[in-house]
Design a protein around this ligand. Sequence first.
Ligand code: GZL
Length: 321
Amino acid sequence: MKKILGGLAVAGMMSLALVGCSASGGDSGGDGLITVGFAQTGSESGWRSANTESMKAAFSEENGFKLVFNAADNKPEAQIAAVRSFINQGVDAIVIAPIVVDGWDDVLKEAKDAGIPVILEDRTTSASPDLYATWVGLDFQKEGQTAGEWVAENFGDTPTNLVVLEGTTGSSAALDRATGFNKAIEGTSINVLDSQTGNFTRADGKTVMEGFLQKYGKDINVLFAHNDDMGLGALDAIKAAGLVPGQDIKIVTIDAVHDGMQALADGEFNYIVECNPILGEQVAEIVKKVLAGETVEKSYIVPDGAFTQEDAIKLLPTRPY
Ligand code: GZL
């Protein structure tokens, strides 16, 4: 198993005075609990389910929280509306997993003006860093680079045709994974035949792969999917085309959720780069620090691994998600 030690991106300590902090430091509901509004992307993938589960477990009453949860069905405008409603409810803190990087400045400014600190988890935004307290996430560029390095090492010396199933257009995960991957295959004999979004879902991954197969057929040698779920959807399309996934078409994905690791163990995937969804405890701890007026770092990057078939067979029985 390869260990990816994401650089702890520290852009200087952030003093709480800059982001404002709910005057009460918590307990806006008067029930002794910290009320937190959590704006989740939706329920698009196995990764998202594991992330939501981790967040709900951490933001429990016994941990001192009252969680107001919203899943935006992958609609950026619905997610921004959810954050606006948290502000109107006067929550103590807001946590956001931003669907896309852009469009956040106005509502984050409204949260700041209301003295409600915002913590980003999972993905991040292009908004000015003074508009949120911190980001707890993953090194997406490193994840893409690790996937690209595996492709380059294994197929970079001979002419190889590759197709890409991209994540949600405009999301930091998709943008940064593409950057890292493309940098890693630069100068190799990898030829990117096509690259389209499958919105991180199995259904769209299958549909887009069907299109790739109709267009390129057996010319496709490798598939890079920005997440397991799109890769799992593509398996159905590959089999329906009479091809053997993992053999006729090599497959590398990112996430390492259970079903992805099962496909890897079964030889249908060939390599998976991990993206850890279990962020709840760390985010909850940081929310308490922010509300207590403690200084927090500008970002916290959770380390990832990468797995071969042998790793998957060994790890599957004990993986938490
Ligand atoms: C990555 C996360 C991505 C996952 C997908 O941190 O934002 O979104 O890779 C999920 O599975 O839908």
